[in-house]
Design a protein around this ligand. Structure first.
Ligand SMILES: Nc1ncnc2c1ncn2[C@@H]1O[C@H](COP(=O)(O)OP(=O)(O)O)[C@@H](O)[C@H]1O
Ligand SMILES: [Mg+2]
Length: 342
């Protein structure tokens, strides 16, 4: 990973127009997006151009309030990191925002449209996609087949269109072309015909991100993109996330790796016990002594590798449950695929 200290800019090899500079190590350093908020860095501060506005969202599990967010705005065209100790409610908030879970109360809007109560598949069609903390790539489909699953509004799925093969074939060709372009961008094109099961953990993460881009999203939500990624792939994954911003997308991600957050986030939101307890630019928030002590301090004696999944560690009950769900979904799709082959 590129060190966080200022490296002397080297002359001219960075792409024009992005304001990027090339560091001594040859990797491209891209500028942070600043001036996102309308006021001081306090929880709930208004943004100049919010893509998502969240109001009074609560989610309870029995007696436990997992999420209790009064007001939060996500800035458009920037990379926002959601951080906080285990159990802070980050994944639960993610699930609510993309329609995978229902809140006990509250409203939120995406691009000016009220999203409360809208199911996840419709949310995805509106341009908001997410990846999972545990990768959901279907292992007995090929890499290319996985990519095609990411395309939205496939004409072949509609009855009237499926009667006319010429219609879906044309779309299928277009999807395939797009898929191959994206796979090339993520250096997975040589693996297009391989089963996703043959990919390494890091390659699966890249596939998942590539697949999310099949639907041309405006907001990409990543839950722990670095979890389980081999350090050798870390830098390229970071670059891909920065690319999303350069391509005009908004990124919201949950991450435990503070180096990564410092390196790529334009804005940081700190959650603890379901609430937003701090937000601001990374250099402000992450140097805030109160934040470090109260909310990050509990992590400092934990090996970050365990937290991010880079080395074996315990999963939370919620993660175990999701893992089980994913396994079931994979088994079901495998059975379906086998049925089809007969
Ligand atoms: N499906 C669920 N049933 C019961 N409790 C849950 C469920 N999902 C999450 N929780 C609890 O809600 C709290 C927030 O969890 P989570 O959103 O996964 O936190 P984070 O992602 O910040 O680590 C935790 O105490 C967790 O145990
Ligand atoms: Mg989580």
């Amino acid at each position: 990973m590129t060190p966080d200290g200022e490296a002397p800019p080297a002359a001219g090899s960075a792409p024009a127009g992005t304001g990027a500079v090339t560091t001594a190590t040859g990797s491209i350093r891209r500028p942070k997006t600043t001036g996102l908020a309308k006021g001081d860095s306090v929880p709930g501060v208004a943004k100049n151009d919010p893509i998502m506005v969240i109001d009074n969202v609560t989610r309870r599990f029995g007696g436990l309030t997992a999420v209790d967010v009064d007001h939060l705005e996500i800035p458009r065209g920037a990379i926002t990191a959601l951080i906080g100790p285990n159990g802070a409610g980050k994944t639960t908030l993610f699930n609510l925002l993309c329609g995978f879970d229902k809140p006990n109360s509250g409203t939120w809007s995406f691009d000016g449209t009220n999203l409360s109560g809208i199911p996840s598949f419709k949310v995805a069609r509106m341009g908001q996609v997410r990846t999972f903390q545990l990768t959901k790539a279907l292992s007995l489909l090929t890499v290319l087949e996985n990519m095609k699953l990411g395309a939205t509004s496939q004409k072949g799925e509609r009855l009237w269109a499926s009667i006319i093969p010429a219609m879906w074939r044309k779309q299928d060709d277009a999807n395939e072309e797009k898929a191959m372009e994206l796979l090339a961008r993520f250096k997975l094109d040589a693996k297009a015909e391989d089963y996703a099961a043959s990919l390494s953990g890091g390659q699966r993460k890249l596939l998942e991100m590539a697949r999310a881009l099949m639907s041309d999203p405006t907001l990409v939500m990543l839950d722990e993109p670095m979890a389980g990624v081999n350090p050798a792939l870390t830098e390229s994954l970071l670059d891909h996330i920065l690319d999303l911003k350069d391509l005009g997308m908004t990124v919201l991600f949950v991450e435990h790796d503070m180096h990564m957050v410092r390196h790529i986030a334009d804005w940081v939101v700190v959650m603890a016990e379901g609430r937003v307890v701090a937000e601001g630019p990374p250099e402000t928030v992450m140097n805030d002594a109160a934040v470090i002590d109260a909310y990050l301090g509990s992590h400092q004696d934990v090996d970050l590798g365990v937290v991010t999944g880079r080395v074996a560690g315990e999963h939370s009950a919620a993660e175990e449950e999701l893992l089980e769900e994913i396994k079931e979904a994979e088994e079901a799709s495998i059975a379906e695929a086998e049925e089809e082959k007969k």
